[in-house]
Design a protein around this ligand. Sequence first.
Ligand SMILES: NC(=O)c1ccc[n+]([C@@H]2O[C@H](COP(=O)([O-])OP(=O)(O)OC[C@H]3O[C@@H](n4cnc5c(N)ncnc54)[C@H](O)[C@@H]3O)[C@@H](O)[C@H]2O)c1
Length: 274
Amino acid sequence: MTDINSDTLDREIAEGGRQIARDCLKPGDVVVVTGAARGFGRAIACRLAREGAKVALWDVIEDEGKLAAAACSEEGAEATFFACDMGHADNIGSAAEAVRKKFGTVYAVINNAGIHPRSPAIDVPLDMWNRTLAVNLTGSFLTAQAFAPGMRDAGRGAIISLASGRAIEGAQNGIHYAASKAGIIAMTKTLAQEWAPYGIRANAIIPGVSETRQPMEAPGVTLENLRERGGNVPLGRVGHPDDIAGMVMMLLSADAAFMTGQSVAINGGAIMLP
Ligand SMILES: NC(=O)c1ccc[n+]([C@@H]2O[C@H](COP(=O)([O-])OP(=O)(O)OC[C@H]3O[C@@H](n4cnc5c(N)ncnc54)[C@H](O)[C@@H]3O)[C@@H](O)[C@H]2O)c1
């Protein structure tokens, strides 16, 4: 046992640091981004392309998805659009197969696609509940599961999933949304535990209200009054897709190599987790 008063202690700790494997995204690694036609997904895909990743963009909107892929390609990286409705397991299976055929092993999955239809809990129709859970939660799990065997064989991989502050605080007129996002946090912790031995890390991002279409789908919400809400946020503004893209890069970097099972809030201080 090393004596804590020995001269060599600091040197031994430093040597241990040098021996730690710090896996991270490397240029040419393949990343799948779901819901990549718009909003966070598009910003994440373009940022990944700028950093040298090959990007597979999945979305249900084909025309905008292809435009997003073209924007990623302009960053100099290989980027391809794959049509996929995250609410259908067979779509996910086919898109995953097409990605493997084109790109081979995938290093990371960014589970970003999400919907937020509104209804008071007392009236939520079963099909709204089922569709929201299918797209936001089941689709995220199936996408992670589709690529996990390749990651396990490679001994490295990362799953990043978009949760929401609504998972912590609840969502008025969005019980189905809040439940799906709470499920993302629970899924992330479980994948982190089960897949750590394979070299796969799983983390979630909890964005605050941000400048994308999703919050503007609520009645009466415009970009202008969304921005005004920034006045109630400690850092004085609502979020921007680039904030989320930046956190994705951080979670894929070597500096996050010891981080798994965590949910990171990016919200200007709007919700402060313990
Ligand atoms: N914007 C916010 O304020 C906010 C806050 C917290 C969490 N989030 C979460 O962040 C993620 C991204 O949201 P956003 O704000 O960029 O929303 P957005 O509506 O701007 O973009 C969502 C993207 O997902 C795609 N999509 C929707 N349904 C799909 C399906 N069935 N299959 C494939 N793709 C589908 C859309 O076409 C779109 O490109 C979502 O999971 C959302 O719940 C957003």
